[in-house]
Design a protein around this ligand. Structure first.
Ligand code: KG4
Ligand code: ZN
Length: 332
């Protein structure tokens, strides 16, 4: 049984997971209300809030799991990439907790954690599989050959998909974070009415680019505001459809290139209802099996960190107590 801790951005999260697959508790304390007035995450405020919440959140996770904390077998903590000050809170807590209880500690890469969310689904995907990881900080396509064996096939050259959702929501006056709001609003809009550009780059590349679409939406809104006829729902739906089109096309092209019949969709943007629908629809069409964690396991959580931590610990990959955090890492 592994205690997982996640504090890489604006969620203070702790979870207890058994054998890397069964969630006994999964507590997420969201700081959204704190960062909302600023239109984005304020790193210093995030660190301070993590510091305040980490103890009650861990206590709640252990309590919800309904197990005696003496029965824990290890502690897993996100050590990057993310906001360094925020990561330090989780890492310092995890080290102290593990040391005081004589438990093994393991540092987990946040992106590896996002992919591990799919190992908790029944059935989990067989290896190898192609994984599309779309979050607020990353849009990566991987060929996953084993739990810690990733081949990076493509990544964004500028904004991440989630970042595009957040920036467009901000310019539409929808507040922060934008993904879920655009998702909801789009249900009342026509995705075909406004055609925003699809940046597919060249056909052979698996890289993404999402900065252009944000500018296209800004231009459209400025023009339409003068005309006074823009429907917010149609703009949201048109934007969402353009992003989803690119993600879906590249993911299936990557699977085709690898002659791989299994696809996984992970990361915060994988919570998007239209993306989930389109990926499943396309998968049926091509006879590909698609694995998508439940929405609460797509956005940041500590269950995915505990799950990956279990696999590290079961291979003896313990981290020393001088484990450091990092904001960026080129590998994975
Ligand atoms: O994985 P995540 O929780 O944190 C990072 O690792 O970045 O992803 C957060 C991102 C945000 O940009 C948020 O707007 C986006 O995921 N997101 C969504 C939805 N829910 C969250 N994007 C589109 N539709 C959603 N339903
Ligand atoms: Zn994340």
């Amino acid at each position: 049984m592994v205690l997982g801790i996640e504090t890489s951005c604006d969620e203070t999260a702790a979870a207890v997971v058994s054998r890397g697959e069964t969630i006994l508790s999964n507590v997420v304390w969201s700081q959204v209300a704190i960062h909302h007035p600023y239109g984005g995450v304020v790193p210093e405020l995030a660190s301070r809030k993590h510091l305040e919440k980490i103890v009650p959140v861990v206590e709640e996770a252990i309590d919800h799991a309904g197990v005696n904390s003496n029965r824990l077998d290890g502690v897993a903590v996100t050590c990057g990439p993310g906001l360094v000050g925020a990561l330090l809170v989780g890492a310092s807590f995890a080290k102290a907790y593990a040391y005081a209880r004589g438990l093994p500690l393991t540092g987990v890469n946040h992106l590896e954690g996002h992919v591990a969310a799919v190992y908790m689904e029944r059935p989990p995907p067989p290896f190898p599989f192609v994984a599309l990881l779309a979050s607020g900080g990353h849009t990566n396509l991987y060929y996953v050959k084993g739990r810690s064996h990733f081949e990076l096939m493509g990544q964004t050259r500028d904004d991440a998909a989630g970042e595009a959702f957040d920036k467009v929501a901000k310019l539409l006056g929808l507040g922060y974070p934008g993904g879920a709001v655009i998702d909801r609003l789009s249900r009342g809009g026509d995705p075909e009415r406004i055609h925003f550009p699809r940046a597919l780059l060249d056909k052979t590349s698996f890289d993404f680019s999402f900065s252009g679409i944000k500018t296209a939406v800004a231009r459209y809104v400025a023009k339409e505001q003068e005309a006074g006829s823009a429907s917010l729902e149609d703009v949201a739906a048109g934007f969402q459809e353009a992003v989803v089109d690119v993600l879906v096309q590249k993911a299936f092209r990557a699977a085709e290139k690898k002659r791989c019949e299994t696809l996984a969709l992970v990361g915060g943007v994988a919570a998007n209802s239209r993306l989930r629908f389109r990926i499943k629809e396309e998968a049926n069409h091509f006879g590909i099996s698609v694995h998508i964690p439940g929405p609460e396991l797509c956005t940041d959580n500590a269950a995915m960190i505990a799950a990956m931590g279990f696999w590290h610990l079961s291979r003896g990959e313990n981290s020393p107590l001088d484990l450091d955090v990092y904001s960026k890492k080129p590998s994975l």
